[in-house]
Design a protein around this ligand. Structure first.
Ligand code: HEM
Length: 233
């Protein structure tokens, strides 16, 4: 038990924990993005998808995924804070400038962009999942699927929300934050996990930032398309 405690607290374990949970959260984002893009196919597709997620396995699948997501999120944030605190304690003052010059804006601001992301996720849940903010747009309306089933109208909720410029601006700024955070995070996670092969390394170095741009632009496409009038009720 003591040995496990020591392994858990070690820097190496905490780095692996941050890398693996981070990559699992990226997988969630890719799944979430592909679901969101259904907005471009119209209300029937998005509403059927949202209803399918809620009812799969009588709701057990969604709750299992939510609990898993919450656990990854907590482990990711706690390992990030632990490592960042240890780094700061171990770093002599005179090295601060040297590191700042050789690092990128994204890498230097990981903890801050991460903390801002937590605020975004809380705001986002309050918006679309709990209906605690912008509740005038919350899915009060029902939608009749082609199968005849009556389900919450997630499509109308999303389109009405992103018809408000302030909400669009808040989401777009948050997506810049998502992109900035992932820009450094994805390649860094693969490096932590020992991907140092000379042939794969360049792919990881380019692929991480490229994927971060795809994710940020993909999510931004939804509010932008709505406010510009390409997607309507
Ligand atoms: C413009 C971009 C986004 C849109 C339009 C969007 C849309 C939505 C919608 C409509 C829901 C509620 C689904 C439902 O209850 O049926 C939802 C849930 C959620 N979103 Fe997003 N989302 C976006 C970006 C993000 C990002 C970047 C993250 C993470 C950093 C995220 C994390 C979540 C989480 C954790 C849930 C709750 C899942 C659940 O427990 O049901 N979303 N999103």
């Amino acid at each position: 038990m003591k040995a496990f405690g020591e392994i858990w607290r070690s820097n190496l374990f905490q780095k692996w924990l941050m890398a693996i949970t981070g990559l699992l959260l990226v997988l969630f984002l890719l799944g979430h993005l592909s679901g969101n893009l259904l907005v471009f196919l119209g209300p029937a597709h998005l509403n059927e998808y949202a209803h399918g997620l809620r009812t799969m396995g009588h709701g057990a699948v969604l709750w299992g995924a939510r609990l898993g997501l919450l656990a990854f999120f907590i482990l990711h944030v706690s390992s990030a804070i632990t490592l960042s605190r240890r780094n700061r304690q171990a770093r002599p003052q005179k090295y601060v400038k040297v590191e700042a010059r050789s690092s990128t804006l994204a890498s230097r601001t990981m903890l801050y962009s991460g903390l801002l992301l937590i605020s975004y996720v809380l705001y986002h849940l309050a918006h679309f999942t709990w209906g605690a903010v912008h509740s005038q747009h919350y899915a009060q309306v029902s939608y009749i699927l082609p199968s005849g089933e009556v389900v919450p109208d997630v499509y109308t909720m999303v389109v009405k929300s992103f018809s408000e410029p302030l909400i669009v601006i808040l989401y777009l700024l948050s997506m810049v934050m998502v992109g900035l955070h992932l820009n450094h995070a994805i390649s860094s996670a693969f490096q932590t996990m020992g991907v140092t092969n000379r042939r794969i390394m360049p792919l990881v170095r380019v692929g991480g930032p490229a994927l971060s741009v795809i994710i940020a632009l993909g999510f931004s496409a939804v509010p932008l398309a709505i406010i510009l009038g390409f997607v309507k009720i």
